[in-house]
Design a protein around this ligand. Structure first.
Ligand code: SAM
Length: 214
């Protein structure tokens, strides 16, 4: 039987987030729906893989345009195309370049809540043997990592030409602010690009204190 995810030269790129947490937290659901809408707007395919069968998707994801849910893992879905899969890996020794867009067809990310300091859960995917590329030395949120990868491999913008904001400070209320321990893409308005609804969620969560984040 033909695999609907098979790669052919010239095909749209496939961005795969392998969901590695047992739950799907509010943070992740906002990130995933931002990835889905940006991929669908730019002609890319987004696959959220390894989603447990019994996991009920939050409402915003059930309606997200451009979201393809896959219960199988990356290894099964792309079993016959391992050498065309690039793992975005903060520990890789080589940075992602526009030419990698010619070499790889599938770009793989860890669907992990970011943490500070990082616990290197991307290693769960690294040990499967995919070739890795780094997006610079600073930890990004998953949606930022996908956004940056799309800019590099689809728009062919070099990694170092993308404007970033590191560790932005968000105002929680009149007296308090919180520093996000991640790198973001700088938007046209000069602000870090974040999924819709994320700032409100951060404000709500910061009242409870941070542990695991995005
Ligand atoms: N603390 C994390 C860990 O345990 O590996 C990083 C998780 S990050 C929030 C989620 C995913 O975004 C990673 O698994 C990786 O695919 C991608 N990512 C984030 N920053 C990256 C970077 N600087 N280089 C390459 N990939 C990155």
């Amino acid at each position: 039987m033909a695999n609907a995810n098979s790669a052919h030269p010239g095909d749209a790129k496939i961005f795969v987030v392998e969901h590695l947490d047992p739950e799907l937290e509010a943070w992740s659901s906002l990130e995933y729906s931002a990835i889905a809408s940006e991929c669908s707007a730019t002609g890319a395919k987004f696959l959220l893989s390894s989603v447990p069968e019994q996991l009920e998707l939050p409402e915003n994801l059930q309606q997200a345009k451009g979201l393809n849910i896959e219960h199988r893992s990356i290894e099964t879905v792309f079993a016959d195309q391992k050498d065309r899969v690039c793992l975005l890996d903060p520990a890789a020794s080589k940075e992602l370049s526009p030419e990698d867009g010619d070499r790889f067809h599938v770009f793989l990310f860890g669907g992990i809540l970011g943490d500070d300091p990082p616990r290197d859960r991307t290693s769960e995917l690294r040990k499967k043997g995919y070739e890795g590329r780094r997006l610079g030395p600073v930890q990004m949120t998953t949606d930022t990592a996908v956004r940056v990868t799309r800019m590099i491999v689809q728009d062919r913008v070099p990694l170092e030409a993308i404007p970033y904001i590191d560790h932005p400070e968000l105002k929680i209320n009149k007296h308090e602010s919180t520093e996000m321990p991640f790198r973001y893409v700088k938007g046209k308005d000069g602000q870090p690009i974040m999924p819709e609804g994320m700032v409100d969620l951060i404000k709500k969560d910061s009242e409870r204190g941070f542990g695991d984040l995005l």
